[in-house]
Design a protein around this ligand. Sequence first.
Ligand code: IPM
Ligand code: MG
Length: 358
Amino acid sequence: MKKYSIALIKGDGIGPEIIDEAVKVLDAVAASEAFDFSYEEFLMGGCAYDLTGDPLPQETIDGAFRSDAVLFGAIGGQKWDNLPREKRPESGLLRFRKELGVFANLRPAVVYDELVNASSLKPSVVQGVDLMVVRELIGGIYFGEPKGREGDRAFNTMVYARYEIERIAHVAFKIAMERDKRVCSVDKANVLDVSQLWREVVEEVAKEYPEVSLSHMYVDNAAMQLIRDPRQFDVILTGNIFGDILSDEASMLSGSIGLLPSASVGNKIGVYEPIHGSAPDIAGQGIANPIATISSASMMLRYALGETKAADRIDAAIKKALSEGYRTKDIADFDAKEICSTNEMGSIIANYAAKCKR
Ligand code: IPM
Ligand code: MG
C-alpha cells in the first residue's frame, strides 16, 4: 500500500485544533482508498521559540524536505509580539517559505451556495463567486533589501527581478488554462517602477498563452472591484503584499476567513495551510472553523499527491456538511441546524468523506 509521509506543523493558537481535524479527515479517506499516511510533527512559530529559542528550528526544515508535503496550521500571537523581528513567529514562517522555495501561493475563494447568507455582502453580489488569487510568496517588499531602521527612519524595499515575475506569471496562466482562461494582473504601475516591470513581464509571458485573456488593474481599484463585482474575476495574479491583502479581502466574500485554504508551491515540497491566522483569542475554546484546514488537506491530496479522487471526496464532504446545515460559530446564521464545535465539524466531515463516493 502506498504510504505518504506528511510533515505536520501545528503551530500556535488554534493551529493544533484545526490540524487535528484535518488529520481525522485525511485518515477517514485513506481508510477507503488504497493509501495510507504517516505523520511527523515539527515545531514552528511561538511554540518553537519557547522551546528552542528559534521560531524555525533547522529540524523543521529538514523534516519538511524529507516529507511528501507539509500540512500547516497557523503561527503567532500577542505573547511574542515584542520579540526582536527575527525571533518572531512570522519570521519563522517567512524563512520557511523561502527555504522551501514555494514562490506561488494559490488562494481560491469560492462561495458555497449554502453560505451565500453568511457573507457580509449581498447574496446577489457573491453568489457563484469562484476566483483564485495567485500570490507571489517569496519576493517583493517582504524580502527586499535594503531594509531596516536608522534612528527615526525605517524602510523596506519592494523589488522584483524579471525571473521572479516570469515564474509566477506562468503559474497563473497555467491555472487559468484549467479554469475560465482569464487573468487579471494587479499592480500599482501608475506609481511604482517595480510594478511597471511587473506589467511588462506579465505581458510577455501572456504571449505564450494566446487562449488566456489578460487584463491589468491597479491594486486600489482591485480592492474596490472585489467588493463591487467579485464575479468579474477568474485568476488574480499579484505580488506578495498586494496578494496578502486582497486574499484576506476575498475571503470575506465566502462568509468567513475560516473557510479558505491555500497551497504554496513552486519547488519540490508544497505547504498547505489555511489563509487565516492563529486566532489566539479563540484558541482552546473549540469554536474555530476547521474547514479552511480540511480544505487545505484536500488541496494537498490534489496538488502534491495526485490523489484527485480522495480530494474530490473531501470537497464533497465539506459541501454535504454545509448543505445539511452544520455550522461552526463563525458561519452560523438563522438557518443553521446546529452550531458545531471544531471537533464535531471535523467528525461530521470525516464521516461524510469516508462515505462520499462523489
Ligand atoms: C498570510 C499571513 C502571513 C503573510 C504572515 C503571518 C507573515 O498573513 O499567510 O497571509 O503575511 O504572508
Ligand atoms: Mg495574510
